[in-house]
Write a protein that binds this ligand. Structure first.
Ligand code: HEC
Ligand code: HEC
Length: 324
């Protein structure tokens, strides 16, 4: 009994030692690393498919006015988003919403702010119909170019070009837009110098007093669920899909990797900077409505931590597009 107590006291004293605390934390942090993205059985990866998806992504000739491609709103130079509070093009949704970054879209299991589709292929397909509207015209343009016919044959073994193949190619390309080597990941993988002291304090707040981890869960920094937002009482959000009262004005928790590079924030771009998001939470912004009582230094530490979740922007070279 007494020996047990002595061991306990010893362990307690030991746990106060910073070296012990650091190694204990490191042991837990492997859960925070993103695995390689996976490709679904119904749409496995091939280079031919990803390459075809890249061409379609950048090709404005597929839109009715021959002037709009995915690039207009998901620009690789703007974290694969558009830097605008709300998208300017109607037809995406009845409510104007902020364009989400496509970085790490491979790890999401529902899509759009209201989660109205649960596969990336379905999301892309719906989106094409919303933006390009004239799907027959888009398919005719693709079928009219030998370069595209050849690439569809390489990717799918058929020259029969239809909407599901277009969506499958785009989805395969999108799943290659990944960033999982940020300063935070290097720290979580064991490099103690990869994070500043401020960012490490921010991590402790994120997982502790500030409670962010409840919704921004590892490794993608999102629980993939929907939470009521106090920022909007007009956009029904998730309610439109489920018709459950608790889902009124609820939106999907965005992941926070690369967020430092994709301002503005929230489903309708209501917050211009990370620090303004943190201040909003500090004032009781999350759906729990409880102020966090963080100090100014705490808030800057949280900001430093959020910044450590961004690494170099995943790039994609603008491809040589097929000609008629
Ligand atoms: C006019 C701007 C615009 C264009 C062009 C556009 N998007 Fe989007 N995209 C948006 C907006 C806005 C949303 C969010 C809509 C919502 O949540 O209701 C979105 C959402 C998405 C999503 C869901 C992401 C997520 O995390 O939920 C995917 C995937 C996507 N777009 C891919 C594409 C692809 C591929 C193209 C080209 C075929 C494209 N987008 C063209 C504005 C655009
Ligand atoms: C109750 C769940 C919940 C908690 C707790 C929570 N968030 Fe969020 N977070 C969300 C949701 C949902 C959104 C989108 C809200 C909207 O669009 O109105 C969001 C949005 C964000 C965004 C904007 C990201 C973007 O790309 O637009 C940031 C940054 C963020 N949260 C950081 C934090 C931080 C830091 C904390 C802790 C202080 C925190 N969150 C706590 C659910 C939560």
């Amino acid at each position: 009994m007494r020996a047990d107590r002595r061991l306990f006291v010893l362990l307690f004293l030991f746990s106060l030692c910073p070296a012990f605390a650091a190694s204990a934390a490191e042991a837990d942090l492997t859960d925070w690393l993103l695995p390689e993205p996976s490709f679904p059985n119904h749409n496995p990866y091939s280079t031919a498919k990803a390459e075809l998806g890249r061409l379609i992504f950048f090709d404005p000739r597929l839109s009715p006015g021959k002037n709009l491609s995915c690039l207009n709103c998901h620009n690789p130079g703007l974290a694969w988003a558009d830097g605008l509070p709300r998208s300017r093009v109607s037809g995406l949704h009845s409510m104007p919403r902020h364009t989400p970054s496509l970085i790490n879209v491979a790890y999401r299991d529902n899509f759009f702010w209201d989660g109205r589709t649960s596969s990336l292929e379905a999301a892309v397909s719906e989106h094409l119909q919303g933006i390009y509207i004239d799907i027959d015209g888009m398919l005719a343009t693709l079928r009219g170019m030998p370069g595209y016919r050849q690439r569809f044959a390489d990717a799918f073994g058929t020259q029969d070009i239809s909407l599901p193949e277009v969506a499958a190619a785009l989805a395969t390309f999108l799943r290659t837009i990944v960033q999982r080597n940020t300063p935070f990941d290097q720290w979580a993988a064991g490099d103690p110098d990869a994070l500043s002291a401020a960012a490490r304090r921010g991590f402790a707040l994120f997982t502790g007093k500030a409670g962010c981890i409840a919704c921004h869960a590892p490794p993608a920094f999102s629980d993939g669920k929907f939470h009521r937002s106090r920022l909007n009482s007009i956009d029904p959000g998730r309610y439109e899909i489920t018709h459950m009262p608790g889902d009124r004005n609820a939106f999907r928790t965005p992941d926070l990797r690369q967020a430092a590079l994709s301002a503005p924030y929230m489903h309708a771009g209501q917050k211009p900077t990370l620090i303004s998001v943190i201040r909003y939470y500090n004032a009781g912004g999350s759906s729990t409505d409880i102020p966090l009582h963080l100090s100014g230094r705490d808030m800057h530490d949280l900001e430093a931590f959020l910044k450590s979740l961004s690494g170099p922007m995943p790039q994609a070279a603008i491809p040589q597009l097929p000609v008629p």
